[in-house]
Design a protein around this ligand. Structure first.
Ligand code: ADP
Ligand code: NI
Length: 219
C-alpha cells in the first residue's frame, strides 16, 4: 500500500469515527488541522517527514479521552490497531503515537514540549484551530455541550497546574479565553504558526472588548 492510500484510508476512518461529534472535535476540525499542518510544512522549508505529519494530524484527536468517556487507553489501542491494520511501519507508528499522546493542552501552567519537528508542526496546527474566529466558535460550542454559561462576571478565570485540574474546570466559556486561548500565541513552535497566531490573537482581543461592551448595555 502506498502512503497516499494509507493517508486516504485514515482520512475516511477518522471521518466515520467522528461522525455526529458536537463538542468541537468534529471531522472538520481534523480537516482544518490537516490542511494547516501541510501549509506549515510547505512554508517552513525544514526537512521533515510529511507522512508522519499528515497521519498524526488526521489521528490526533481519536485517542482523546473526551471521546472515550475519560478512558485514554481505549483510544490509544484503537489508533495502534488502525496503524497496524494499514501496514504502517512500527517506527512510524511509534512516532505518530508519541506525537498524539503529548500534543494536547493540559493546563496553563503545564508544559507540553514536542520532541520532533513533526510533532511541533501538528501541535501548532491544532492550536491554531483553537484561536481566532473558529476558535471562538469552538469554545462556545464546547461550553454549550457541557451546559456552561457564556460568561459570569462573578467567576474568575483559574490557572491550572496539572491536567486533572484543567480537565475538571467548569467555569463559564469566556474564562477559557484566559485559561487557554489567549496563552497559545506565545506557545507556537514554528515561525509560520507564530505569524498566523498574532493575527488570530488580535481578533480575539477585539472580540472580547466588544463582548464586555455589550454586557452592560454600553455598546
Ligand atoms: P484540542 O483539540 O486543541 O486538543 P481540546 O480537546 O482541549 O482541544 O478542546 C477542543 C475545543 O474545545 C478547543 O477549541 C478548546 O479550546 C475547546 N475547549 C476545551 N475546553 C474548554 C472549556 N473548558 N471551555 C470552552 N472551550 C473549551
Ligand atoms: Ni484537535
Amino acid at each position: 500500500m502506498d502512503t497516499q492510500t494509507q493517508i486516504e484510508l485514515t482520512r475516511q476512518f477518522v471521518e466515520q469515527f467522528l461522525e455526529g461529534e458536537s463538542s468541537g472535535h468534529d471531522y472538520w476540525h481534523i480537516h482544518r488541522v490537516w490542511q494547516m499542518a501541510k501549509k506549515i510544512v510547505s512554508e517552513e522549508k525544514i526537512p521533515c517527514d510529511l507522512f508522519v505529519v499528515e497521519m498524526a494530524a488526521l489521528l490526533h484527536d481519536i485517542a482523546d479521552q473526551k471521546l472515550h468517556h475519560g478512558d485514554e487507553e481505549k483510544g490509544r489501542i484503537l489508533v495502534v490497531q488502525w496503524l497496524d491494520k494499514i501496514n504502517v511501519s512500527s517506527e512510524n507508528s511509534h512516532h505518530i503515537m508519541e506525537i498524539i499522546q503529548t500534543l494536547s493542552f493540559k493546563g496553563s501552567n503545564v508544559r507540553t514540549d514536542m520532541e520532533t519537528i513533526e510533532g511541533k508542526i501538528v501541535q501548532d496546527a491544532d492550536r491554531l484551530d483553537a484561536i481566532g474566529a473558529i476558535g471562538i466558535a469552538r469554545a462556545f460550542a464546547y461550553g454549550g455541550s457541557r451546559g456552561r454559561p457564556l460568561y459570569d462576571p462573578k467567576i474568575k478565570p483559574q490557572k491550572h497546574d496539572n491536567y486533572e485540574q484543567y480537565k475538571s474546570s467548569y467555569g463559564p466559556t469566556v474564562n477559557h479565553f484566559y485559561e487557554k486561548l489567549l496563552l497559545l500565541k506565545d506557545r507556537m513552535n514554528t515561525e509560520t504558526a507564530k505569524k498566523i497566531a498574532i493575527h488570530r490573537h488580535k481578533f480575539m482581543e477585539k472580540y472580547l472588548s466588544e463582548f464586555y461592551g455589550q454586557w452592560d448595555g454600553k455598546k
